[in-house]
Design a protein around this ligand. Sequence first.
Ligand code: NDP
Length: 453
Amino acid sequence: MPTYTVINPATEQPVRIVPSTSAQETDAAIERAAAAQVSWRATAPGERAALLRAFAAEVGAHTEELAALEVAGSGHPIGAARWEAGQVRDVLAYYAGAPERAFGRQIPVAGGLDVTFAEPLGVVGLIVPWNFPMPILSWGLAPALAAGNTVVAKPAEMTPLTAIRIGELALAAGLPEGVFQVLPGKGSVVGQRLVDHELVRKIVFTGSTEVGSKLMADCARQVKRVTLELGGKSANIVFADADLEQAAATAPYAVFDNAGQDCCARSRILVERSVFDRFMELLEPAVLGVAVGDPGDPGTEMGPLISAEHRDRVASYVPDGAPVAFRGQAPAGPGYWYPPTVLAPVGADDPAFTEEVFGPVVTVVPVEDEAEAIRIANDTPYGLSGSIWTRDIGRALRVARAVETGNLSVNSHASVRYWTPFGGFKQSGLGRELGPDALDAFTEVKNVFIATK
Ligand code: NDP
């Protein structure tokens, strides 16, 4: 079987050799998943719930191991990696409550009884990117399983280790063979087979807008269901009446978290002109204070980028002569390091200001007023996330309603809570993940009329 080597992005050393799944093996896994789905959907709701709770507990008992794997295989700081493993446990536990609450409806009709059922779709294909290998896997996996589907997951080629281990933990927890399978390998091979195979009834894709829109077109041929979580270019809007100290102290973490490889990164900071200089004075020490270094050190806040190729791409947004206002530090030597970088002033057509950088580069621009802040925040094909800093609750709500984006925080940089819906406007995606209604995306409504006459 062909294999490939996972590289530690902080050291450039090999971590592990993993199999590269072929198209034929992918087909075989899909067929196993379809066979397993027959009994999984027939498993009593309480029993499915108990198995998901056992799966959550198994993940919970292995958070340290999973976190260490993510440090080695993805370069995530250990503190973040522990949180990510905990997120998998919590998402599984949350959706363990769902099988027994997969309600239908009773609708009044003359001459009988009309009821609806939430039927599982069948096999769900889950395509995961490299930036958050664990949480993003769990967001599709847990509700899909809870609804009675089986899942075939393709982790990103560069970061398969935690997904492979979570697949083993599912079996250890008692999930039947074939209910959840993890296939490491190439997107163009494994991912594409998931998209093209007729037994896969839904694709949950998180990744770039470019690949996502192509997969959507491919899925259209079979009218295959699809959820897309795509790119972002989110604004962090800071008004003059905000708690500037708090806004500036936290802004670096809103964009440099996971080295900026975050679809929700607030990579455009829009500051009301009257406080722009003061904000920049406060931002500088906050940026210089970001602890960049060994991901295994509990004090580390930012690790390396995922690959040399990606570092080159990020660096291309900061060419010689770019307007670097200030810049943090990054280790020298091996590893794909890039320092936290603040660009200001930038032109409205600067690619760092208009495109998703997916690295630790942020632009800061002054805005005249609320109307201009909204206009600039919306002047992008994306609409995933963002923040609004103000002490005026009326303005906070006005701006929140006006910004065309799926997930906003007021006086906070929080992005994702598994018990609230998550997803994008415009080219940031299609559909919503997480929250109490997530099972809707993994079930079809079946309507049944029973005549009583
Ligand atoms: P890609 O779109 O390149 O890859 C995402 C996944 O799709 C990978 O598993 C990849 O496999 C797979 N893939 C690639 N080509 C195909 C294909 N033809 N058929 C099926 N699957 C395929 O994105 P990145 O990995 O570069 O991730 C970064 C992007 O993801 C950013 O744009 C970011 O904003 C977005 N993102 C969005 C999130 C959201 O929730 N909205 C969250 C996180 C990231 P392989 O690894 O082999 O290339």
